[in-house]
Every structure is written in structure tokens, then in C-alpha cells.
Design a protein. Structure first.
Length: 365
């Protein structure tokens, strides 16, 4: 679990009364929702891989202290997480690692400053108690004719090799180009998956392709490029705030030279909006009643709480307060504090002991 000792430093805060109490209340609710969605039903000796586009982390006005706690709480539910939209300044990422603890480590790419790269980094954050790095990192470089314009992929896909239990795998994180040209998005996905499948035929490991693939619809050519790639693609619900875009995906190889095939146990996305920041989403009527330590905040309460805090923060950084905070809340304030994407995850089997031992019984019989 993340560390919480920073809460002791937050009071008194002249622009944020009862700051530690608010954050503690929200963390209790967030922890409960994470447990109900992800960790409660986790199997022993499994691996949970996450992917999250954390909007501009951190490329503008710094996030509030509490946002780092909430992001750390979510990331801690995964054993390893691919993060897209990291920015030049790594201080926010290092603060996140400080909250996660010394058993966590990370890798990041350099800042992409060529056309289409949007000055972004990509990275992996991983729990060294669950995953170890196999000392291989790299980038996907494609043949000159793989894209119709002869270019390279705008935001170069980043990969690193890891192992958890018996399971050897390479994660390839990507942020597919955005824009009106859906064909170019599809071409990038085809080029990346082709490169990964080629490696999978030769190398004794599973390749996992994950990230923000900018898939808007399951009926468009971008989705079809992934679905037809030859990789296995679990069906995730929409990951944008409006619930109508399928931007974020995780796909994996299930054929090739790997002696440990991928066994998918569960998968899903995590919607943090009923616990922190909002706007409040509809809850499953079949869900159990909240325990006493869980508190839900209405949209009106969120607006009343954060408007003066945000105005003071903007003024401190030389920005004018929003003229209409309510209209800016969901699209700007909330998404720059958390993200405009929801994180996705898969749970995989990593203990192949029984299958290995059974081989000897079969050989003897």
C-alpha cells in the first residue's frame, strides 16, 4: 500500500481548511472501490498489469497534493503499470514513486520532440516485490515502407522485458497518433503488432501491447487493425470521460516460441469518479451497501469544495480564476487533476508449477 505520512504535513493550510481530513476520507472511499473492483477477487500468485494515460503528468500547473495520493492508490493496485503522457519534468513521477514506496521502480523514455510526439514520455512503474526487470529495453523501429508516408511512428513505442513467477513477458507501451486520419492510426497499430508478433515467433516470452491506442469506436478501422492483428484482445469498456470512446487497450500474444502461454484470469477498467473528484457516476444497484467508513460526495459538494481552492491555486501561478468554475470542472479541472482516461488492467496467471510437475508424471507413465 502507499505511504500516508505526508498527511501530517498538510495542516494548517491557509487555502485548504481541513485538508488532511478531506484527503483521508476520500482515500478510504477510493481504497474500498479499488478493493471491490480489482483486488478483492484477485487470485494468489497472479500478475496484474495496468495501463493509464495520466493527462499531461505534469505539463502545466502542478496538481493538488491529494491527486498524487489518489493516483498512487490506484497504481498500487497493479503490479506493473504502463503510463502515457508523462512530461519533461520527472519530479511529479518521483513524488508518485515516493508515495508508492522503496519497493517500486520505474523506466521512462526520453521526451519526444519530433513531429507528432507532443513532447511526451512513456514509462513503466513496477513493484519489485512482484516483478523483476530482465535488463532489456528498447523502442520499436519499423521499416521505411510500413507507413504510407514513409515516416516512423509518431510517438515511438517503448518496450521493456520483465518476469513474474514463471511468466516471462515484454510490455510494449504506445500512444497512437491522434487526429482526423484514422487510416494513419490503423497503420501504426498494424506496424507495431506485426513487429511484436515477429518477435514472439522467436523469443521465449509473451509480448503485451498496451496503451492509449486512440480507438474511437469498435466499428472503425483503428479497432479493426487491432482485432485483426493476430493478438488476443480482451474487450474493455469505454475509457474516456463521456463513456463512448475505446481509447485504451491491452493485447497479448498467445502463439509463438513462449513456453508459458498467457492465461487471462480477469480484466476491466477502474472508474475512480465515485470516490474522488467526480462527477458522480451511476452505481450498480446490486452492489453491497457502503460500509460506515465510506463517504460519497455529491457533485454540488465537489464544486463548493474545490472552487475556492482552485481559484487560489490559479492565482498563485499567475492565472485568472475560471469565470464559470462549474462549466470548467469536468473537462478541465478534474481531468488535469486525475486524467481524461480511466485506467485498464488485466490479471494473468504466473504460477505454472502444477503443469511443470505434471510433465514428469507423464514422462514416467
Amino acid at each position: 500500500m502507499p505511504f500516508y505520512h505526508d498527511l501530517k504535513k498538510y495542516d494548517p493550510d491557509p487555502i485548504y481548511p481541513n485538508k488532511a481530513e478531506w484527503i483521508a476520507n476520500r482515500l478510504l472511499t477510493l481504497r474500498y472501490d479499488i478493493a471491490q473492483t480489482i483486488t478483492k477477487d484477485r487470485r494468489p500468485n497472479s500478475l496484474i498489469i495496468g495501463s493509464w494515460n495520466i493527462r499531461a503528468f505534469d505539463g502545466g500547473m502542478p496538481r493538488l497534493d491529494e491527486s498524487f495520493h489518489y493516483i498512487a492508490e490506484i497504481v498500487s493496485a497493479f503490479d506493473i503499470c504502463a503510463i502515457q503522457e508523462l512530461r519533461d519534468d520527472l519530479v511529479p513521477l518521483k513524488r508518485l514513486l515516493g508515495l508508492l514506496g522503496s519497493n517500486w521502480d520505474y523506466f521512462v523514455t526520453d521526451v519526444g520532440n519530433h513531429e507528432g510526439a507532443n513532447y511526451e514520455r512513456m514509462g513503466f512503474i513496477y513493484n519489485k516485490n512482484k516483478v523483476f526487470f530482465r535488463n532489456v529495453i528498447g523502442e520499436i523501429v519499423i521499416p521505411s515502407g510500413a507507413l504510407s508516408d514513409g515516416s516512423q511512428i509518431a510517438r515511438t513505442p517503448f518496450f521493456a522485458a520483465f518476469q513474474s513467477g514463471w511468466f516471462r513477458f515484454t510490455l510494449c507501451s504506445s500512444h497512437i497518433i491522434y487526429g482526423d486520419n484514422l487510416g494513419m492510426r490503423a497503420q501504426e497499430i498494424k506496424a507495431i503488432t506485426k513487429a511484436l508478433l515477429k518477435r514472439a515467433k522467436k523469443e521465449d516470452q509473451v509480448f503485451i501491447f498496451l496503451g492509449d491506442m486512440n480507438i474511437e469506436s469498435r466499428d472503425d478501422e483503428v479497432w479493426q487493425a487491432l482485432a485483426d492483428s493476430g493478438m488476443q484482445v480482451p474487450r474493455f469498456e469505454a475509457t474516456n470521460m463521456k463513456g463512448d470512446k475505446f481509447y485504451d487497450q491491452i493485447a497479448y500474444t498467445d502463439k509463438g516460441a513462449s513456453t508459458r502461454k498467457t492465461r487471462l484470469l480477469r480484466h476491466g477498467l477502474f472508474d475512480w469518479r465515485n470516490a474522488v473528484y467526480g462527477p458522480t457516476q451511476g452505481r450498480d444497484p446490486a452492489a453491497p451497501d457502503d460500509p460506515e467508513f465510506v463517504t460519497r460526495i455529491t457533485d454540488a459538494e465537489h464544486l463548493a469544495h474545490y472552487e475556492p481552492i482552485n481559484a487560489a491555486m490559479r492565482s498563485a501561478y499567475g492565472k485568472s480564476p475560471y469565470a464559470d468554475f462549474a462549466s470548467q470542472y469536468a473537462n478541465n479541472f478534474m481531468t488535469f487533476e486525475m486524467s481524461d482516461h480511466l485506467p485498464i488492467w488485466v490479471e494473468l496467471e504466473v504460477d505454472y508449477s502444477d503443469a511443470y510437475l505434471t510433465r514428469f508424471l507423464s514422462d514416467m507413465g
